[in-house]
Ligand binder design. Structure first.
Ligand code: GLC
Ligand code: CA
Length: 557
């Protein structure tokens, strides 16, 4: 594999609204990020992905952009953004922005012009169709619930497509003029010294319009649009052009948000000549120990995660590219709540989860607060939530026949807003996040879980993350961690997720006891160095390793 600058990425995702407020208005901002760059540098981070900060009416918290070339005043100014890029670069870190080009906001100039004149060229920047029999053009469901079509005001029978909320009209990538506008905009940003992009919802760029109404798959009469609007054949033509015209000439790092790629398609996305550098895949995102599927059966869930994790690793190993490994993001509940039974959520299980994921082949990303073990914050009332997607799911659950209490319980488990509570910097009332009133309630467990308390504590999760990142970045090991082979070990033993990483003479064994039970494993031979252990000791006697609950060890063989 040809080496690239971004191969050693230790990434950190920032949800700017909730990271650090600098001016007391209760909303995190770009200046707040600049003020925390040294914290991130100290953690060992070298790439920072900042979720959308462009001008936006914030219907989907910035994923509805009304001006790609400007920054929303809520977050600061264009000069602040340029300063962030420069300050990060100065410290040897690169900034990635979120590239949201499947759709714009309905307040974008293009959409406003399109709506005011359906004969203007801008109408063809969007996807507009005639209704059928007095209804929507077809019965696709929006990803956030309800129809994916919205009737255009003042017309008899015209609708526009929105795969997400109706404030996020989908762009028509079939239109070459629109594509040119997008490429020019991307190049303007890359020319400012940006490291690249996380590329939002990109698998939806191409749609298959041969389908009309389809048998509904829910009581709402709609149908999941994914088979007709996700990874559709021919999408690579757009993506390759996008890469050739923008990312490639800038040697940018691009991480596509792409799920469910068939093994045959993977090379064209992440390979050396692929359209992206790498992807965020979702193979583990829907695992939740509290869901109906697992009923708290940890061994069963662990077995399933192990199967999917190694299958994914095997699949990527067949390509000439790398995967981007992560445990959580702004669209998921917190990883400790999803992957660990409630009674076992502690330092040991959280550090074990980190090692399990971060020592896999590829690059890694940590989501803000994960490094201190931030947890979900379930609500007592649905009105304490703020996200449209939450309310749509709630409505959907009621429609399925759940009681209000049961629907809220499900939302509390699954809801992405769990990851969006403000960052917990200190134990003070507002967690050091803001001097004003926070835009979203802070988790009261900031009294125990916060950066200040962990920073000077050798035994804290934050200190463990630092050690883990330092181990992964160690000059004699780094290549083995990035490029080395992954061989599953002990895969017949329930509750164990273990693998060997190997490159040339370097061999590293990672063993995770993903259970609350003590587990004994056969261990032949010896190891030359203990690289990482989330307990003070390791018991190895007469060829037997005795692992404590959620013990995670990494040894050099
Ligand atoms: C992506 C984002 C999500 C957003 C959606 C629509 O999935 O991660 O937060 O709501 O795209 O842009
Ligand atoms: Ca602010």
């Amino acid at each position: 594999m040809k080496k690239k600058w971004w191969h050693n990425t230790i990434g950190y995702q920032i949800y700017p609204k909730s990271f650090q407020d600098s001016n007391g208005d209760g909303i995190g901002d770009i200046r707040g990020i600049i003020n925390r760059l040294d914290y991130l540098k100290n953690l060992g981070i070298n790439v920072i992905w900042v979720c959308p900060v462009n001008k936006s009416p914030m219907v989907d918290h910035g994923y509805d952009i009304s001006d790609y070339d400007d920054i929303d005043p809520m977050f600061g100014s264009l000069a602040d953004m340029e300063e962030l890029i420069a300050e990060a670069n100065k410290r040897g870190m690169k900034i990635l922005m979120d590239l949201v080009v499947n759709h714009t906001s309905d307040q974008h100039e293009w959409f406003k012009k399109a709506m005011s004149d359906l004969n203007s060229k801008y109408a063809d920047y969007y996807i507009i169709r005639d209704g059928v029999d007095g209804k929507e053009p077809n019965n696709w469901r929006s990803i956030f619930g309800g129809s994916a079509w919205e009737k255009i005001d003042g017309t008899e029978n015209k609708y526009y497509l929105h795969l997400f909320t109706k404030a996020q009209p989908d762009l028509n990538w079939e239109n070459p003029e629109l594509r040119e506008e997008i490429y020019a905009m991307i190049n303007r940003w890359l020319d400012k010294g940006l490291g690249g992009f996380r590329v939002d919802a990109i698998s939806h760029l191409k749609k298959d319009f041969t389908y009309k109404n389809i048998e509904p798959d829910g009581p709402d009469g709609f149908v999941n649009s994914f088979p007709y609007a996700s990874n559709i054949d021919g999408i690579e033509v757009f993506l390759n052009e996008l890469n050739e015209r923008t990312f490639k000439p800038h040697d940018a790092l691009t991480i596509g948000e792409v799920d469910d790629l068939t093994p045959e398609k993977l090379e064209s996305f992440v390979g050396e000549n692929g359209c992206f550098s790498t992807i965020f895949d979702f193979y583990h995102c829907f695992h939740n120990i509290n869901s109906k599927e697992w009923h708290g059966d940890l061994p069963a869930m662990v077995a399933d995660i192990r199967k999917k994790m190694f299958a994914k690793q095997e699949c990527v190993a067949k390509t000439s590219g790398l995967l981007c490994n992560y445990n959580e993001n702004h669209d998921t509940a917190r990883s400790c709540n999803r992957f660990i039974p409630k009674e076992d959520i502690n330092y040991f299980s959280k550090s074990m989860l980190a090692v399990m994921n971060n020592f896999l082949k590829g690059i890694i990303f940590i989501y803000q607060g994960q490094e201190i073990g931030m947890t979900d914050y379930p609500k007592k009332n649905i009105n304490e939530y703020l996200d449209l997607a939450t309310f749509n799911s709630y409505k959907g659950l009621l429609l399925e026949g759940l009681s209000e209490a049961d629907a809220l319980a499900r939302i509390n488990i699954e809801c992405r807003e769990n990851a969006r509570t403000p960052m917990q910097w200190t134990s003070s009332y507002n967690a050091g996040f803001t001097e004003g009133k926070p835009w979203f309630d802070i988790n009261p467990n900031c009294a125990d879980i916060n950066v200040a308390a962990q920073e000077n504590d050798e035994k804290s999760l934050l200190s463990f993350y630092k050690k883990m990142i330092a181990t992964r970045s160690r000059s004699d090991l780094v290549d083995a961690f990035i490029y080395g082979s992954v061989t599953p070990k002990y895969d017949d033993i329930s509750g164990i997720i273990a693998y060997e990483r190997a490159l040339g003479d370097v061999k590293i064994l990672v063993i995770n006891n993903y259970s609350a039970d003590m587990t004994t494993l056969d261990f032949e031979g010896d190891f030359t160095e203990m690289l990482l252990n989330n307990y003070p000791d390791l018991v190895l006697q007469n060829g037997k390793l005795m692992l404590l609950p959620y013990q995670s060890i990494t040894v050099k063989l």
